[in-house]
Design a protein around this ligand. Structure first.
Ligand SMILES: NC(=O)c1ccc[n+]([C@@H]2O[C@H](COP(=O)([O-])OP(=O)(O)OC[C@H]3O[C@@H](n4cnc5c(N)ncnc54)[C@H](OP(=O)(O)O)[C@@H]3O)[C@@H](O)[C@H]2O)c1
Length: 285
């Protein structure tokens, strides 16, 4: 495709925001789906629409060739109608899925709510008749922004599983892969698992955030039971808490594989968690 017109959903979020910025920097015409007021780089057109209301998406999809699709809900309800309406306008969809999705349906993951909706979204995208790519990232480095407020307030993080090591991925790397999928034919019909460059324990992540902000940050380990209560009290939906923590506990014994797909696809090695922490130091200061 040459100079496709692209609609980015989740454009005010971590990954969609990075996709918008990188497409703009490359001079590709970008439209951002928004639900409210939002600021974007000059030249980005913001159009209102809500993924929970497929009928609201028509204006945003008018004249669009490709869509970067972030599904912001915890179930696939309504997804079929959204993909139908995308198919009436665009010819390509790039879906932000998850590394938890297993080809052929992994039994271990079968009961896991988040993996289930991503599996269903991938199925819908593949059956849509559109050109498609499903990106399967591991955990986001940006999840650690959930610690930002307590780091600023207390200089410590109270969390379970200090020794849990994950290859967290920088949103800029997910965006760089998404830009390839949106603007070239290199990833048509592909489901690349994309990871950060190395396993980093949660305790080390906290230490690297401390290095990035120039003062030490302590990791105070709590039990899984305490963490469940803590997350629910902080307003996280029960389905999310009940899906995420047990899945993370399993990863202690079965760490996620690390790969070099980001470099293979984009030509640039995946950014480290240290780099992510430096890029986001202001959020933790
Ligand atoms: N976190 C992880 O470790 C991980 C791993 C693999 C996959 N994922 C997937 O990544 C996705 C989240 O990406 P992210 O972290 O970049 O998102 P994010 O920063 O949490 O932002 C969510 C985005 O979705 C938009 N949104 C929310 N509800 C919407 C609606 N009803 N209609 C239209 N837009 C809506 C928000 O817009 P507003 O500004 O209007 O709220 C915002 O732009 C999820 O699908 C998740 O399952 C996450």
């Amino acid at each position: 495709m040459t100079q496709p017109r692209i609609l980015v959903t989740g454009a005010t979020g971590k990954v969609g925001g990075a996709v918008v910025a990188q497409l703009r920097a490359a001079g590709v015409p970008v439209r951002a789906l928004v639900r409210g007021e939002a600021e974007f780089p000059e030249g980005v057109q913001a159009v209102r629409g809500d993924l929970g209301d497929p009928a609201s998406l028509g204006a945003a999809l008018e004249g669009v060739d490709a869509v970067f699709l972030v599904w912001p809900f915890l179930s696939a309800d309504g997804a079929s109608d959204v993909i139908d309406v995308i198919g009436k306008h665009a010819r390509r969809v790039v879906y932000l899925s998850s590394a938890g999705v297993q080809d052929g349906g992994g039994k271990e993951e079968a009961g896991e709510a988040i993996t289930m909706f991503h599996t269903e979204l991938e199925r819908l995208v593949e059956a849509s008749g559109l050109e498609w790519t499903a990106l399967r990232p591991t955990g986001f480095a940006g999840n650690t922004l959930g610690w930002a407020q307590e780091v600023r307030a207390t200089g410590a993080v109270r969390a379970p599983l200090a020794g849990l090591a994950r290859p967290l991925i920088h949103e800029a790397d997910m965006a760089a892969v998404a830009v390839q999928a949106l603007t070239t034919d290199a990833l048509l019909g592909a489901r690349p698992v994309i990871t950060g460059p190395e396993l980093v324990t949660q305790e080390r992540q906290v230490a690297l955030i401390g290095e990035a902000i120039g003062r030490p940050v302590r990791f105070d380990e709590v039990t899984l039971e305490e963490a469940v209560e803590q997350m629910k009290a902080a307003g996280y939906p029960a389905e999310l808490v009940e899906a995420v923590l047990p899945a993370q506990a399993k990863m202690i014994d079965h760490p996620e594989p690390v790969n070099d797909e980001v470099e293979r696809i984009t030509g640039t090695p995946a950014r480290s968690f240290r780099e992510w922490a430096v890029d986001h130091a202001a959020d933790f200061r």
